[in-house]
Design a protein around this ligand. Structure first.
Ligand code: HEM
Length: 477
């Protein structure tokens, strides 16, 4: 076999095994090599799909390091070292990777997601309470109404209609986050424009910052092209229009993120600047919709392939809800629905790699980590580690609720990251995902269109390819 043919064979994804009642369902994952390819090949592979660069040993390891050109890459893959990196060593390892900062800085400015040290501390203190778990009850009516609209749209489309489940979930979660950030009315009017601006932006940013890997300095301008300027200008002017019309249009009594940002004061009693409000609104939009959309799309795929889980989910929804639309209060009474989401987040974590740049020399697990190293926690690896999970590649929501199953370690199951930089929208995202699955699966099951080969691909987030063609089956029929 030629080298190219060998590599192509290596890239062939593992086929998924469709489940029968008696058999465990193993959903697809990229091929795992035994012998590491040369670095230049790995970089090419990473540019196409970050999930294809890992070998068998990477899943089993505890703490590994690799040198890529000038950079030391350190991978923490067990709860003890993850805790050390993201919790105890937060001060030194709070900085996002150069790649992440360079990709998002033109759009997010000094926003919470990519800032660090004093700016991050100040912004986290202001932004986290606005989307905190305690506020989710206030946002739930917007979520429920928007999900019900999607359900009505599917009802209208009727039995046998074809949908792109990935695009539909992206549309649903973008509508939810827009209406939550900007209020119902403004959110509805501007959702399409905001979504278009963000997807144009994402198409133009680089996944791998080769400049940083080659050790080139931070100040050197990155090649981003002129294409990126247009979507940024559009997003910024839409955000300005929304902020300007907010006061006149704000709905009385209903929570909105933009209202929270406009009314927020820092420790000195000063309001946020216009730039800061735009940056934080952009952060919440960006961080808060694609992640949930991908989770839901994967959940539909997994349910379509594993009927025993789907039957159990329907049983819980029918028993607890008896045909009525769930409310926020019902979320805690749907443990199996929650377990389906949790297991989906284990197998397909929307943010599959969490990377930090060491701001000073440090150590992890007694290993010296020089300043400038890239320290990574890779949920994709740790969530499938044979050391931490039984049957790690099998789809089995029961592992999250079976009293006999080993409870996942808080530092070993990290779809929302962990430590001081943990996702500020964790409860928001979980509630939204549970309510979406509950309302839609109460009314529909979805089957995968014949002949479609679903494979996980990661660029900024992990998704089931570019689209997910599925067929609607109303449950009453
Ligand atoms: C299933 C849904 C979600 C998942 C899996 C998820 C995951 C994550 C992860 C892994 C991070 C850390 C990223 C890193 O360290 O590089 C993060 C950060 C963040 N997320 Fe989420 N997220 C979800 C939903 C949301 C939602 C709905 C919101 C807003 C309403 C949100 C807001 C944020 C913010 C503001 C940060 C930055 C926190 C900081 O740096 O201090 N997320 N999220």
């Amino acid at each position: 076999m030629t080298a190219t043919a060998q590599l192509t064979a290596q890239h062939k994804a593992e086929p998924s095994k469709k489940a029968t009642q008696a058999e465990d369902f193993v959903p697809p994952y990229p091929f795992r090599y035994e012998k590491m390819p040369p670095v230049w090949k790995l970089i090419g592979m990473a540019k196409r799909n970050f999930l294809s660069i890992w070998g068998v040993e990477d899943f089993q390891s505890r703490l590994r390091s690799k040198r890529v050109f000038t950079k030391e890459l350190v991978i923490c893959n067990r709860p003890d070292v993850v805790r050390e990196a993201f919790q105890s060593n937060h001060e030194v390892l709070q900085r996002k990777s150069p790649q992440m900062r360079h990709a998002l800085e033109p759009l997010l400015g000094d926003g919470l997601f990519i800032s660090d040290t004093e700016t991050w501390k100040k912004r986290r203190k202001i932004v986290a309470p606005i989307i905190h778990g305690s506020r989710v009850k206030g946002f739930a009516p917007i979520m429920i109404d928007t999900i019900t609209e999607k359900s009505d749209e599917w009802k209208k489309a009727g039995a046998g209609a074809q949908v792109d489940a990935l695009a539909d979930m992206a549309h649903l979660t973008a509508e939810i986050i827009c209406r939550t950030i900007f209020g119902r009315q403004l959110g509805k009017s501007y959702a399409a424009e905001v979504v278009q601006g963000f997807s144009d932006y994402q198409r133009h940013i680089d996944q791998i910052d080769l400049f940083s890997l080659f050790g080139l300095p931070e100040w050197l301008p990155r090649r981003r092209g002129r294409a990126i300027k247009k979507p940024i200008a559009r997003i910024m002017s839409v955000l300005d229009e929304i902020i300007d019309s907010y006061e006149a249009l704000k709905e009385k009594g209903e929570a909105s993120v933009i209202g929270g940002l406009l009314e927020a004061r820092d420790d000195d009693g000063k309001p946020l600047s216009r730039d800061a409000i735009r940056s934080e609104a952009a952060v919440i939009f960006m961080a808060g919709h694609e992640t949930t959309a991908n989770t839901l799309a994967w959940a539909w795929y997994l349910l379509s392939q594993c009927h025993s889980v789907q039957d159990k989910l329907h049983k819980e929804l029918d028993t607890v809800l008896a045909g009525r639309t769930p409310t926020f209060q019902d979320v805690s009474s749907l443990p199996y629905t929650k377990a389906v989401i949790e297991e989906t987040l284990r197998l397909y974590p929307p943010v599959p790699i969490l990377a930090r740049e060491a701001m000073a020399d440090t150590t992890i697990g007694s290993k010296p980590i020089p300043k400038g190293s890239l320290v990574m926690v890779v949920p994709w690896l740790m969530h499938r580690s044979p050391v931490l999970w039984s049957k790690p590649d099998v789809f089995d929501p029961d592992r999250f609720i079976d009293p006999k199953a080993k409870k996942p370690n808080k530092y070993g199951y990290v779809p929302f990251s962990i430590g001081p930089r943990i996702c500020a929208g964790l409860q928001f995202g979980m509630t939204e995902a549970i309510l979406s699955l509950a309302i839609l699966a109460q009314n529909f099951s979805l089957s995968l269109k014949d002949g479609i080969d679903v494979q996980p691909v990661a660029r900024l987030t992990l998704r089931p390819g570019e689209n997910l063609p599925m067929t609607l089956h109303p449950r009453s029929s």
